[in-house]
Design a protein around this ligand. Structure first.
Ligand SMILES: [Zn+2]
Length: 428
């Protein structure tokens, strides 16, 4: 059984902060299909459309019939552990710092045999000469294979025990692949919204050590704020993303301690182009949704990158609350959609800049949220608590792109199929 993670000791401030070494990440272009699926928490393999063979490792043609018609298809990951190897030596700097490291060979029920990182709760297979003495049900070690992104952002396969156990997420190897909020220090940039408050509650429940909560107008008494400030882990901090100086000041104070930044601050108005004169509202949306992210990333990004190898609770992730409207403009919320599209593009830049330090950038694309700006939209809408738990789950499972809610799920499918068709449908 995995031992529960103990609260790490405070860092000795005199000690040097270690630099991040990334795991090796060279992959061919074909293998990126596996990374794209793992970014959404899905284990997918190529399946031949002609002979239905399941293929691993990824290749350009089917290994059985040479057909190039291969589709990335989600797998259930059930399989048998054939053998295990424990590395006690490695020439790779990333693994050298993390030895010993378990690897396993798994034969998937779907066909292929794959090499996986082994979770600590998976028992070792019995040696061949001892097999006959075991009852038949113990001769096989059943595992469940899942795909995760490693610290370099490349897909790797992990062998999980067939049955879940209580402290599974605390496994040392698994924590290298994820950004679990447990014992981490988190900044939530806006505590005045329902989503912000649901996020704070969810992080405290997930074991966060400190949650700093941004509060743009500290003189305003807002509903719900008292409930979260009563939690011992929560500290309100002044933060106004439209004001560069406010962001700089807060970064100076807590920038070197934050492990996870969650940028949920947004301005949302329900206008297209013709419904309103002037550009004031659109500018206010851009100022928070786009420039706010830019200001935050410039001030908090460097400190986060510098602490990405800092012990068990190293700096780990950056979460952006975007919108499914970032993918395709929803004309009744036209200027808001445009500001989220800009933020999405910037978030891709941030991801590319953070990747060399092993900091994960998680983009969240919810459908309409059950809040005051979506009152006139019909259900289904995403409840703030549902959105918050989707974000905690993404951090725990190392997922990079999240589409919470039925609307977001449906739109992203349609967008993948044909963005032009979706554009026309939204315009109607
Ligand atoms: Zn084939």
């Amino acid at each position: 059984m995995t031992m529960p993670l103990m609260k790490p000791r405070r860092k000795n401030p005199v000690l040097r902060t270690r630099q991040m070494n990334l795991p090796p990440f060279a992959r061919g272009r074909t293998a990126l299909g596996m990374t794209a699926a793992a970014a959404e928490g899905v284990f997918a393999l190529q399946v031949c459309q002609r002979c239905h063979a399941v293929q691993y490792p990824p290749r350009d043609a089917c290994h059985a019939c040479l057909s190039p018609d291969l589709h990335w298809t989600p797998q259930d990951g059930a399989g048998e552990l054939l053998s295990e190897t424990v590395l006690h030596h490695s020439n790779d700097p990333f693994y050298r710092e993390r030895l010993p490291w378990r690897l396993g060979l798994v034969r998937l029920d779907a066909g292929p045999t794959v090499i996986v990182h082994l979770h600590g709760d998976v028992p070792s297979p019995a040696p061949f000469h001892a097999l006959h003495a075991l009852p038949p049900e113990r001769r096989q070690v059943r595992v469940h294979v899942g795909a995760r992104l490693d610290r370099a952002g490349a897909a790797v396969l992990i062998g999980f025990p067939a049955e879940e156990s209580e402290h599974m997420a605390d496994d040392k190897m698994l924590r290298e692949m994820t950004s679990d909020p447990k014992f981490r220090k988190i900044l939530v940039t806006d505590g005045k919204t329902e989503v912000g408050q649901a996020l704070v509650q969810a992080f405290v429940k997930a074991g966060a050590e400190i949650v700093w909560v941004g509060h743009a107008e500290p003189w305003k008494k807002l509903p719900g704020l008292d409930d979260i400030t009563a939690l011992p882990q929560v500290t309100l901090v002044p933060l106004d993303l439209t004001n560069g100086r406010s962001v700089t000041e807060l970064a100076g104070e807590i920038g070197g301690k934050v492990d996870i930044v969650v940028n949920n601050a947004e301005v949302h108005r329900t206008y297209g182009i013709a419904a309103r004169r002037g550009t004031d509202v659109a500018k206010a949306e851009m100022d928070i949704n786009y420039f706010g992210l830019l200001r935050l990333a410039q001030e908090f990004g460097p400190a986060l990158k510098a602490r990405s190898a800092d012990g068990t609770t190293h700096a780990a992730a950056w979460v952006n609350l975007l919108s499914i409207y970032a993918l395709s403009n929803y004309p009744p919320h036209g200027t808001f959609s445009a500001s989220k599209a800009a933020a999405h593009s910037l978030a891709q830049c941030l991801r590319a800049e953070m990747r060399p330090s092993g900091i994960r950038v998680i983009n969240v694309f919810p459908g309409p949220i059950e809040d005051e700006w979506n009152q006139n939209l019909p259900p289904p809408k995403v409840l703030p608590a549902t959105l918050a738990s989707a974000i905690v789950r993404a951090l725990k499972q190392g997922i990079e792109d999240v589409y919470p809610g039925d609307v977001a799920q449906e739109w992203v499918e349609r967008w993948r199929e044909n963005p032009k068709v979706l554009e026309r449908e939204l315009a109607g």
